[in-house]
Ligand binder design. Sequence first.
Ligand SMILES: Cc1cc2nc3c(=O)[nH]c(=O)nc-3n(C[C@H](O)[C@H](O)[C@H](O)COP(=O)(O)OP(=O)(O)OC[C@H]3O[C@@H](n4cnc5c(N)ncnc54)[C@H](O)[C@@H]3O)c2cc1C
Length: 408
Amino acid sequence: MPSFEPHVQAARAQLALVRPQDYAQTRNALDGAVTRLSPYITHGLLSLREVYDDVHARFGLDARHKLVFELGWRAYYRHVWSHLGEGIHQSIHAGVLPDEAYRADMPLDVVQARTGVAAIDLAVSELYASGYLHNHARMWLASYLVHLRKVHWLVGAQWMLAHLLDGDLASNHLSWQWVAGTGSTKPYLFNAENVAKFAPAQWRSPGTVIDTSYEALDELARSPRAAVDGRVQARVPSALMQPPWMSTPPDERWSAPDARWAAGRDVVLLHPWSLGAAPHVTHAEAANPQVLLIGAGFEESHTPMAWSERRWRFVTEGLLSRTPNLWWGSAQKIAQALQGARSVSWLPEPHVDQALQQVRAHLQAKQPQPTGQASPTLHTLSEPVLFEPVETYCGSFAKWWRLSRIAA
Ligand SMILES: Cc1cc2nc3c(=O)[nH]c(=O)nc-3n(C[C@H](O)[C@H](O)[C@H](O)COP(=O)(O)OP(=O)(O)OC[C@H]3O[C@@H](n4cnc5c(N)ncnc54)[C@H](O)[C@@H]3O)c2cc1C
């Protein structure tokens, strides 16, 4: 079972294990040589650029290699997100059935990993146990839920996102749409033979609903009726989901924003998606009277996006490995506590974009300062990109890939 430690050293150690040749040959198999870098990439402990530079230096890889192509998928989904914004929460276009034909709750037997389809139950159990799933298992789980159980892709996407350590709105929601057929030209379907080809023996699912032909699966996907009998169709309210999801950190090491900490200091605001940002500011330096690293959790960003306890732990420990100062609060409360700082910097990231924009607006507004000080100067940190931004919206990965270039 993979496990992940939330610091840069662990991310670099995982990167050092990457074997691109094996990856290209075996990545579709559940026990293939996939990189398992995604939690580190999602939480800002590694950038796509660092991954590319490393494999380029060690193995001479370029944009034609399968691994770079897969990194491209992540960048492509970010491209789509930057154009569609909140629109990624809706079906991009019609799928095989209208949105209303799908259910709004997760089936209890799926949530409890007792569907009787080994490939599904093992995927759910592994997701809960490690917070990570191989791409193929994610595809199987999503396809089963949408096409055979008639769960709306967004419901499944929110459920999976909550449990993933690498949960990324763009990669997750747009992959679900790709499977559902609302973001691609056809639904993704799989059968027991496909599972047997790519998964270890215990995943095999003979004699189950997936043990059929692609023609039969296509018919099931196009029928509004769920392909599994009513007995296991019980619904579970999301509040009772096990393991539970949380919209606030279950940890007393987060405290309310406190203006006294920031007063007169150069604050670097770290957030859950930038655990590795500002690498020049070490834990020790953060203790010096001039510089202050603050790990900030914005309430607004989590209300619509609950996390598993494991993910909260990952993020909390990751931030604590950089700074003992963790703030949890609304963007407004955090901004108020930063008013007396000399400067404030952060790494932009779409998951917290709205909250950071609120902080910016608040700090730029002419607030009367109790100390008579000027408002803090604001800086955005940046990291080198791997792919040059593609300005034209690309509705398909193929088009984006044709237009994209590795940045110098
Ligand atoms: C239903 C579903 C939900 C998904 N949800 C997420 C998610 O929330 N967060 C997430 O990072 N990925 C998501 N993915 C994409 C992909 O499954 C994971 O990025 C990949 O499995 C992570 O494991 P790895 O690092 O070992 O990948 P590797 O195969 O080793 O790939 C290396 C890196 O390339 C990128 N990558 C590879 N394949 C994809 C892909 N298909 N789409 C986007 N990026 C890719 C990732 O950054 C990954 O870390 C989802 C896929 C599906 C089908």
